[in-house]
Each structure stands twice: as C-alpha cells, then as structure tokens.
Design a protein around this ligand. Structure first.
Ligand SMILES: *[C@@H]1O[C@H](CO)[C@@H](O)[C@H](O)[C@H]1NC(C)=O
Ligand SMILES: *[C@@H]1O[C@H](CO)[C@@H](O)[C@H](O)[C@H]1NC(C)=O
Ligand SMILES: *[C@@H]1O[C@H](CO)[C@@H](O)[C@H](O)[C@H]1NC(C)=O
Ligand SMILES: *[C@@H]1O[C@H](CO)[C@@H](O)[C@H](O)[C@H]1NC(C)=O
Ligand SMILES: *[C@@H]1O[C@H](CO)[C@@H](O)[C@H](O)[C@H]1NC(C)=O
Length: 491
C-alpha cells in the first residue's frame, strides 16, 4: 500500500489527478541519494565505487562555473562564481572512521597557507591576537597536523583551498563519480518523499523545476539515502509518513501507515558570541568592505597567480580551549578572529562540545520546514558556559598591560543578548544504538522500522563538533556509505 501523501492541499490534488502526479520513470536504481550537498556527493561517490547503479538528485542547479553556473559570476572575473574562492568524532568503529577520514583528506587535504607564493597577506590580526593569547598562557598549534590539540591553542585558520580555488566536493569528488558509467546526476530535482510500502522503500517522488512530478523506482534490493540537510531531511521524512504524530498529521491528514519517530527534534547548532576588543597601542589595519566584491588590480593580478589576499578568507586566527561550569559539565569552545574595523579585533566565540540546548524543526501545512524552536543557548548550563568563555576574554583584556583592551561598560550579559547562529545545524535524525524513543537511525544510519531507508547527512550527528561541521559531515557520510554497501542483502 502506498501512502497518498505530501500535504493536505497536495493530497487533494492527487485525488483529483493521480495519474498526472505519478508518472513513473522506467529505469530502476540500486541507490538513490537525495541531496547533493557535502554529504550527498561524498556518499554517492563512495556507492558508485561498487559499480552498482547510483542516482544523485539535487533540487538546486550547478554551483561552479566549470559545472555550468554562468549566472552567479563575480564582477571582476566572469569565469568564476562566488562558490569557488578537522574534526573529532567517536562512532562505534573509530578505525573505520579514521580510514574514511584519511581517504577524504587525500582528495581535500586543506591548507593553512593558501597563497601559493608562500606569503600571508593582511596578517596583523593574527600578529596582535597571538601575542595577546601568548601573554595569557596559550600556545600556537598547526590545526591540520594536530587536530586533537584543543586546549589553550591557536592556529592560522585551515581552509579547503587548492590551486588557488576553493576545493569543494563538487570539484574533487563529484568528478570522480561522474567518470563512472554507473553514476548519474539530476539537477533541478527536488525529492518530495520516499515511496513506501510498509517498511520498504520502492522509489522516490521528485518535483522537477517546471513543477511536474515523477516517481523514480528503486531496484528490488535498492536503498534510498536522504542527504537533504538538517532542515530538509526532516521534510522528506515527514512527507514519507515518518516522524512525530503531530507532524505526520499535518502532511498526511490521518494516514495510518506511519512510523512514529522523533524526527526534527534534538536540533543542535553552535551559538556564537561576538567580543570586540581594541588595539590600544598599535594600529591593526582592517581590509575595506570592497576588498572581496571589487578588489584592487594588484590583488586581481595576484589572484591570477593563485596568490594574494583573495586566496584567504577574512578570518586570520582560530583558537580552541575548554571550560567547566558549576555543574559537572565540560565544554569546548572555538573562536575565529578578524580585524572587524581599523584597530578593532572581532572575536567570534563558538560554544561547541558539551552544548546541551535542543531546538526543533517542524513542517507547515504548505509543506515547508519551519524551525519552531531555536536551539541557541536554551539551557541554563549553556548560558553559564558561554558567559564563562566571554568573561575569560574580558578579563584578559582588563589586565594592566594587555595589548588588546575593552571598554569598561562591556559585560558578558550584554554580549549574550546578541547571540548569533553558527549555521552549523545538526541532529534532527539522531543516531543511537537502540530504538529508544530519542533516535531516528541505527548505527548503519538506517531509519528505525524501515528496511532500506538511510539518513547520511548532518541530521544523524548527535553532537556538535569542535569546529566547522563540513569535514565531519563529509567523513561520516563516506563511512556511512561504506556501511550501507556492506549491508547488501535482500531487504
Ligand atoms: C581602514 O583604514 C584604511 C585607511 O584609512 C581604509 O582604506 C579602510 O577602508 C579602513 N577599513 C575599514 C574596515 O574601515
Ligand atoms: C578568473 O578565474 C579563472 C578561474 O576560473 C582563473 O583561471 C583566472 O586566472 C581568473 N582571472 C583573473 C584575471 O584573475
Ligand atoms: C575541568 O574539569 C576537569 C575535570 O575535573 C579538569 O580535568 C579540567 O582541567 C578542568 N578544566 C578547566 C579549564 O578548568
Ligand atoms: C514557524 O514557527 C514559529 C514558532 O513556533 C511560529 O511562530 C510561526 O508561525 C511558524 N511559521 C509557520 C509558517 O508556520
Ligand atoms: C558603553 O559606553 C559607550 C560610550 O562611552 C556607549 O557608546 C556604549 O553604548 C556603551 N555600551 C554599553 C554596552 O553600555
């Protein structure tokens, strides 16, 4: 039995014209991956190494100029788009994760010295902030060589940049998949739902850019991997009749064949506090606002040789440390530093490991995801930890000989009223070892109660990492795809 689905409005449309909505595309795939972000590309490439038929579906269009994005080019270079300019995680088999990480870094090694002439440009913010931290007992590390160093350390920021361009999975990993005959990619194909008969997924319903709908079938022993992102993966699951009863009611209007799981709950994110310090005795020059959108001819010429300030982002120093609260909870914090204005150092402080606040993603009657609860600093412990982190820097800046200072009236309390999002959303389809009512997938990333439905993006990550989410998401997706391949059996 198939669930007549999507939303109340669309269910009505289906009732009026089922044939028009459900055109079935003929060829069946062994693996369909829904979403070509960092996780989807990496997982699809890994699956294609098996030689089995893989289809990668992406709602959006091409991103790089070389893959066909000729619309969003830069004002100063019409063959380049705005899209071209390390983690700690403990799954049950750390060896497998370490192997997946090593394989990924072979393709996307990262660098902390992006300019190919070997120079660092506009580095005054690193210079002054490193001296400020050294004076308070911190030391320098190399975040690529020693990713586990996370206590009172700072580093030149690590970036995924190679040959003068942003090094993305689209460039390095998608190309490897495209070279295989078993792999295909469809852009402008939004996955609406898994077509499901009880516990078994038999295909996906997609909406094309022109609004038409189609069902793409899975092979008899095929599998669907959802990688639509932490906010859209819940949408696909809700529309597939999987989630909390209240969400399924919104999309399916009373359908009974659903699987009740806490999809959309346990949303996590990095909360970010901004601390602004002043270079008391020395000038710290800041790049003008025009530096990236309309660079000087000198910087354009340097760019043509994969060098100069355009190779770098705006961050000049990253740091990590841990702190304790009055409860037993231990927290990790990360920071990024830039010259926000002339003689002004802007510190973005991220609350990372230990974060306990949870948010929620729901679905609206017209089928869109809505963050109904923001996860930023909801718990008292998280607020206490963030406050302690901010106060640590305010205290450093108030020491008598500090080279960076802060106005007397600045308080952690005031800074916490302006908390921002790190946009590192995770956790809406949590992984656990048992179906304990708090999780959505098992350790193979398979959705509880299904035979062949998997979630391979940031949605299944139970914790926020100590840095940006991109590398952990790619590594975990690669490892998940290996486990899914190893599961091959009759489902
Ligand atoms: C810093 O000062 C320089 C020189 O006066 C100026 O060109 C630049 O725009 C200033 N930067 C900012 C961010 O205001
Ligand atoms: C424009 O971008 C391309 C990469 O797409 C690069 O090869 C070329 O050198 C750039 N041109 C200039 C003037 O920087
Ligand atoms: C936090 O507490 C742990 C356990 O007592 C201790 O090992 C660690 O040094 C403390 N960290 C800080 C920054 O005080
Ligand atoms: C999204 O959620 C917020 C918070 O619950 C609510 O105020 C808002 O009305 C919701 N938006 C829609 C479109 O349902
Ligand atoms: C601190 O004082 C300055 C002026 O001395 C004022 O502009 C600023 O708004 C004050 N900030 C706070 C957080 O009160």
């Amino acid at each position: 039995m198939q669930i007549p689905l999507i939303t109340l409005k669309e269910a009505l449309l289906l009732a009026l014209g089922e044939a028009a909505a459900a055109q079935v595309e003929q060829s069946a795939y062994d693996y369909i991956v829904a979403g070509a972000g960092a996780a989807g590309i990496v997982a699809a490439e890994q699956l294609s190494q098996s030689g089995r038929k893989v289809l990668l579906l992406e709602r959006g269009g091409p991103s790089l100029y070389s893959t066909g994005n000729t619309q969003q080019v830069l004002t100063w270079n019409d063959t380049m788009t705005t899209y071209e300019a390390r983690p700690s995680w403990h799954w049950d088999v750390p060896k497998g994760i370490a192997q997946a990480a090593a394989e990924l870094y072979e393709h996307l090694p990262g660098t902390n010295l992006a300019s190919e002439d070997g120079k660092r440009y506009d580095d005054a913010a690193f210079d002054i902030t490193s001296r400020f931290l050294l004076a308070n007992g911190w030391s320098e590390t190399d975040a690529i060589k020693d990713p586990e160093a996370k206590e009172l350390v700072y580093a030149h920021p690590a970036w995924s940049i190679a040959n003068g361009l942003r090094d993305t999975p689209v460039r390095k990993i998608l190309d490897a998949a495209k070279a295989r005959a078993c792999f295909s990619l469809q852009l402008g194909a939004k996955v609406l739902r898994a077509v499901r008969t009880g516990s078994k997924v038999t295909g996906v319903e997609v909406e094309r850019a022109d609004g038409t709908r189609e069902i793409i079938p899975l092979a008899e022993d095929g599998a669907l991997l959802v990688a639509a992102g932490t906010h859209s993966t819940p949408r696909v699951l809700f529309n597939s009749g999987i989630g909390p009863a209240a969400q399924i009611d919104i999309v399916a209007g009373g359908t009974t064949n659903w699987i009740e799981l806490p999809v959309g709950r346990s949303l996590k994110n990095h909360a970010v506090a901004t601390i602004t310090l002043t270079g008391a005795k020395e000038n710290v020059p800041a790049l003008p606002a025009t530096a990236f959108p309309s660079p000087s001819q000198e910087n354009i010429d340097l760019f043509a040789h994969s060098s100069g300030v355009l190779m770098q982002s705006s961050q000049r120093l990253n740091f990590w440390t841990s702190l304790n609260t009055t409860t037993t909870r231990q927290y990790a914090v990360q920071g990024t530093v830039r010259a926000g204005a002339n003689s002004t150092i802007s510190i973005q402080l991220y609350l990372t490991h230990g974060t306990s606040s949870l948010g929620e993603v729901s679905i609206t009657p017209d089928g869109k995801t809505n963050m109904t609860i923001s996860p930023l600093l909801r718990s008292a412990e998280d607020r206490e930890a963030m406050s302690a982190g901010v106060n640590m820097f305010l205290e450093y800046a108030r020491l008598p000989d500090s080279i960076l200072t802060v106005a007397d009236n600045v308080t952690a309390e005031a800074i916490l009223t302006k908390i921002a999002s790190g946009a590192h959303n995770l956790g809406t389809a949590q992984m656990r070892v048992s179906n304990d009512g708090k999780s959505v997938v098992d350790e193979d990333t398979k959705v509880w109660g299904t035979d062949n439905l998997f979630v391979v993006d940031g949605s299944f990550h139970p914790k926020v990492p100590t840095g940006n989410t991109q590398a952990p998401i790619m590594i975990a997706a690669k490892y998940a795809a290996k486990r899914i391949l190893a599961l091959r059996r009759d489902w």
